[in-house]
Design a protein around this ligand. Structure first.
Ligand SMILES: Cc1cc2nc3c(=O)[nH]c(=O)nc-3n(C[C@H](O)[C@H](O)[C@H](O)COP(=O)(O)O)c2cc1C
Ligand code: SF4
Length: 656
């Protein structure tokens, strides 16, 4: 495979074409040093075969942002440990040096004084105006700081200085953001002057290191910080002429919507930046890479064989499986645990000032402390339930060396993921069902479908340990009128077991309610959503919410936050005996009250409840009486999400 072939750039040989693009992880210490968590994460990537790893958003200055920082010589040592670890596995290390688009010194002073409201106000102002207000002298000081950072990186043994062409640099390059009238504004030549001066200064500062430039491209639909498609090939040529050794072409950001650069599932096609990268590649002779929804080795290989890029950035997909390269090299790409582009465990966590912890990979973010240990004593483990928790528990138990039997009451695996994949844009969730099924099959887990486990049927299998992963059932709120014939349950609607039509009022504006609303709206229903909370969709991630709201806008989904449902009142037409989609001319009202006690009636034909879930309880008395180890995992232990299902299952099985 081409993706596994080495590539030589300058005097540096990259052992394969796979690069981990810059990703702010939140793993570093508050002072920006490489923490043990960060070290373990990147080392694990190198161990899994990734040839080139770029450390995202390395600040050349003291800042309060949760990124790595290299502004002081005392920090070199922690970066050196990282470089040494990666080199031990034959991987190369790049650091992405960036400068934020705000006045760091001014903000630091406010931050140190604890004046957080002023910090927020200044930040808000600077994000739009700093690019135009920063003086030429201050820009030269920023270049000096970036060069000092690069020198420290060189002392640490870093191989590549990766210039972050977005943030301040991209804002300066951008015709949309840069409104300066001096030599740094106006024409493409002026707008890119800072970037090219920076390249030149870095080449002088660290002449032995490779210089890579992240070239963010503004597309007609998305992005602000960078250059438009029409200017990208010419700018790339100028960068090459300035001595840049490699280019990383990516979607420009700076719109406040991270879905632009890090699209969640269903929003952008796979490999969505391939053609723009190709256009840049044709204009230059230096190697060009890109990233963006390149999920599996076949996609990467296609891009290389079609000549669209020379190296392939695999970001989130390496969080989901750090052994991506090694599995491809072993000819077993089907064993890769694939990213589902949910953005929950990576983007949302970092936005919440936490650290990346991929929802489908329990080890991610915990590489030093969470790994599968071989079983001390081989046991027969019976897992009840074939949803994500049950499948993950079975997988981990089997990897440990146990004999595993998995019982699933349905004729298919995947549990709630099956209905979670039904709403618009959510189909990619099915990858997790496929990958966990594949993993269990490859490990020879005995899977019994359509087996409704009873304590007796489980005991008949003579288990040493039982893992219960029987999930949850949807909660039906105790509202007068809830048992009406035209009241449906969101899970059953998504499963195709119940139909709603016409005017549909959904009780519950969480993620299930919102996604059911999208699903029904696309089917032609006129949908309203009611919730007690201040905001509909409050639990939906920042990169997904804009798409949900866009669907609501398209189909006119009415949102009623801050309402409590008091009753469902239905007056049937006397000649109608059975409510169906075609004769739904009933006279139903969802009666609600607002916070002031005012009655708000919502007329509808169907009501759909999306009011949360409750754990399914399975009687374990017989197992306990026999001294069999019993552990509950996932939703049946505590109703949560796929991340919780996977992590509790992994940990429980790993303890056996
Ligand atoms: C959690 C997270 C943090 C990111 N941080 C950075 C960053 O610091 N610098 C940067 O240039 N890109 C950043 N990106 C964008 C990635 O480099 C990459 O372009 C994007 O994730 C698309 O590639 P993928 O689909 O392979 O993940 C980040 C992406 C994620 C998911
Ligand atoms: S959390 Fe979701 S999007 Fe992020 S890496 Fe994991 S599967 Fe991919």
């Amino acid at each position: 495979m081409q993706v596994l072939q080495p590539i030589t750039i300058g005097h540096t040989v990259f052992k394969n074409r796979v690069l981990f693009p810059p990703l702010t992880t939140g793993y570093e210490d508050a002072d920006g040093n490489i923490s043990p968590q960060s070290l373990a994460f990147y080392t694990r990537l190198a161990q899994g075969g990734t040839g080139y790893i770029v450390l995202g958003d390395v600040a050349p200055i003291r800042s309060f942002a949760v990124t790595p920082k290299l502004y002081d010589d005392s920090q070199i040592e922690s970066f050196r440990r990282l470089a040494d670890n990666l080199h031990a596995y034959g991987a190369k290390l790049g650091v992405q040096i960036f400068h934020p688009e705000y006045d760091c010194d001014a903000l630091n002073a406010l931050f140190d004084a604890g004046e957080m409201h002023k910090v927020r106000a200044q930040l808000h102002h600077d994000m739009a105006h700093f690019v135009n207000e920063v003086s030429e002298d201050a820009l030269m000081v920023i270049i000096d700081k970036m060069c000092a950072c690069a020198r420290r990186a060189q002392l640490a043994g870093v191989d590549v200085i990766h210039i972050h062409g977005d943030r301040l640099v991209g804002a300066l390059c951008s015709p949309l953001m840069n409104k300066r009238s001096d030599q740094f504004g106006g024409s493409l030549e002026n707008r890119t002057r800072f970037a090219l001066l920076l390249v030149q200064a870095l080449k002088d500062a660290v002449p032995e290191l490779l210089i890579e430039y992240k070239l963010p491209v503004i597309t007609p639909e998305r992005g602000k910080g960078g250059v438009p498609i029409s200017e990208a090939p010419l700018f790339a040529q100028w960068l090459e002429a300035a001595g840049v050794h490699m280019l990383h072409v990516a979607q420009a950001n700076h719109t406040g919507n991270l879905a632009d650069t890090i699209p969640p599932m269903g929003v952008q096609p796979y490999c969505f930046f391939a053609d723009i990268t190709h256009a840049v590649k044709q204009a230059v002779t230096v190697p060009v890479s890109t990233s963006g929804r390149i999920i599996d080795p076949a996609m990467a290989e296609d891009m290389l064989t079609e000549g669209k890029a020379d190296m392939i950035g695999i970001g989130r997909a390496l969080l989901a499986d750090p052994d991506w390269v090694n599995k491809a090299a072993a000819g077993r790409p089907q064993d890769i645990c694939r990213c589902i582009s949910c953005n929950e465990g990576c983007v949302d966590t970092v936005l919440n000032r936490s650290f990346i912890a991929c929802v489908v990979n329990a080890e991610n973010g915990f590489e030093a402390v969470r790994f599968i240990t071989p079983a001390q004593q081989k046991k027969h483990v019976v897992v009840i339930g074939g949803g994500p928790a049950g499948l993950e528990a079975a997988r981990v138990a089997a990897v440990k060396g146990h004999k595993v039997t998995l019982l699933e009451k349905n004729a298919y695996l995947g549990g709630q993921l099956n209905i979670a994949s039904v709403p618009p844009r959510k189909l990619e969730i099915r990858r997790t069902i496929e990958d966990l099924t594949q993993a269990n099959q490859a490990l020879s887990v005995q899977i019994k479908l359509a087996h409704d486990a009873t304590p007796e049927s489980v005991l008949a299998l003579a288990p040493d340990a039982v893992i219960i992963a029987v999930g949850a059932t949807s909660f039906i709120p105790p509202i007068p009128g809830i048992d009406g014939a035209n009241v449906c349950d969101a899970w059953q609607v998504l499963a195709g077991e119940q139909q709603a039509a016409g005017r549909v009022a959904i009780i519950g504006g969480g993620i299930v309610g919102c996604e059911t609303a999208e699903y029904l709206a696309e089917q032609g229903c006129q949908v309203s959503i009611v919730d007690r909370l201040e905001q509909i969709g409050a639990d939906i991630g920042a990169t997904v919410l804009p798409s949900v709201l866009a669907t609501f806008q398209t189909y006119g989904v009415a949102q009623y936050p801050r309402l409590t449902v008091t009753s469902i009142e239905t007056h049937f037409e006397t000649h109608i005996e059975t409510i169906t989609a075609s004769n739904s001319a009933t006279n139903t009202t969802l009666q609600c009250i607002d916070k002031q006690g005012k009655v708000v009636p919502i007329p509808c034909d169907f009501v759909v409840t999306a009011s949360g879930a409750r754990p399914v309880n399975l009687d374990t008395t017989l197992f306990n009486a026999q001294g069999i180890e019993v552990i509950k995992v996932g939703d049946c232990q505590q109703v949560a999400d796929i991340a919780y299902a996977i992590k509790t299952a992994y940990d429980a099985a790993n303890l056996l």
